[in-house]
Each structure stands twice: as structure tokens, then as C-alpha cells.
Design a protein around this ligand. Structure first.
Ligand code: ADP
Length: 166
């Protein structure tokens, strides 16, 4: 039987324990899960693509069926190129829904054969977002509960580099 490949796309700036929770859940649905780091975003990320990929590689070391890659094309084209048929996204709170719903509908228009599936995060990660973690870390706050030790280290380093650069 053909392998069932899922693609979990996002900015991952940086990867959080909430993302890892979705990855673990996704592994129950897919034989192979590709974490796909979007590089062509209008957002200005704190970490460049290579740094984001490195942090994810470190975080997924214990999962043999998870891979990480970056992509700069249209998501749907990337998913087809990977011979995957499913996009995985995480949902935390109601406010995630509208954006995710629109994106899923647009992607369905672009390719009706590719499905988007949503998984609900664990309750304790419902308030965890890369954005808040960055804000807390850049103000010198403690983020160890929300990210891996490697990510925490990199956030601390960024913080001191940014302060040094002022
Ligand atoms: P994007 O900029 O594409 O939304 P993110 O890196 O912020 O990328 O998120 C990628 C996916 O992971 C999105 O589906 C988002 O809803 C989901 N996600 C983000 N944080 C969490 C979390 N704490 N729990 C579950 N899902 C999450």
C-alpha cells in the first residue's frame, strides 16, 4: 500500500511545544509527516529559514517518521511535488478558525484533490503562540515551558544579539 504522507506547513518562528503536540498527533494519521517551513512570507520572521529548519530538526530527532524541509512555492504545488494528499494544520482557539477556514477553502479551489485536516491542540498549549513566545523572550521572560531547551537557548542568544546591536 502507498505511504500516506502529510504536510504540516507553517512559519514556525520558532517551533513551540504546541507545534510538537500537533506533530505527535499527526503521526497517528500519517506514515510520514513533512514539517514544511514557509520561506516566502510577507511576515518578517525573527529567525531565518535555515535557523527555523535547524531548530525543528533538533526538536524532531526522536521521531523517525517526521522530516523537515523549507518551501518557497505555492503550498499546493509543494504538496503535489511531495506526492502528499493532505495538509495538516493545528487549531487552538476559535479565532484561529476563520483564517484557517479561508485558507483551506482557497487551497481546495486550487486543487480539489488535496484535503486539509485540523487537529486540536492539547489544552495546556491552547494559549501558546510563536508570537507571544518571541515577545516574552525578547523582554527577558521565561519561556522554558513553551519551547524546547534548544529553542530557548536560541531565543536568549537573539535577545542578547539584538540588545548588543542597539
Ligand atoms: P502560520 O504563520 O502559517 O500560521 P505558525 O507557525 O504560526 O504558521 O503555525 C503553523 C500551524 O500550527 C497553524 O495551523 C497554527 O494554527 C498551528 N499552531 C500554532 N501554535 C499552535 C499551538 N500552540 N497548538 C496547536 N497548533 C498550533
Amino acid at each position: 500500500m502507498a505511504e500516506h504522507i502529510g504536510v504540516y506547513p507553517g512559519t514556525f518562528d520558532p517551533i513551540t511545544r504546541g507545534h510538537l503536540d500537533i506533530i505527535e498527533r499527526g503521526l497517528k494519521l500519517f506514515d510520514i509527516l513533512i514539517v514544511a517551513v514557509a520561506s516566502n512570507l510577507s511576515k518578517t520572521p525573527l529567525f531565518d529559514v535555515a535557523e527555523r529548519v535547524e531548530m525543528i530538526s533538533e526538536a524532531i530527532k526522536g521521531y523517525p517518521n517526521v522530516r523537515v524541509e523549507s518551501f518557497d512555492s505555492l503550498l499546493i504545488d509543494y504538496v503535489r511535488q511531495k506526492k502528499a494528499a493532505t495538509v495538516l494544520r493545528g487549531l487552538r482557539v476559535i479565532s484561529d478558525f476563520e483564517y484557517e477556514f479561508q485558507m483551506a477553502l482557497i487551497n481546495r479551489k486550487l486543487d480539489p484533490d488535496i484535503e486539509t485536516v485540523f487537529m486540536m491542540t492539547a489544552e495546556n498549549y491552547a494559549s501558546v503562540s510563536s508570537r507571544f513566545i518571541k515577545e516574552i523572550a525578547m523582554l527577558g521572560g521565561e519561556v522554558g515551558a513553551f519551547v524546547t531547551p534548544e529553542v530557548e537557548k536560541r531565543l536568549r542568544l537573539k535577545n542578547s544579539l539584538m540588545k548588543g546591536g542597539r
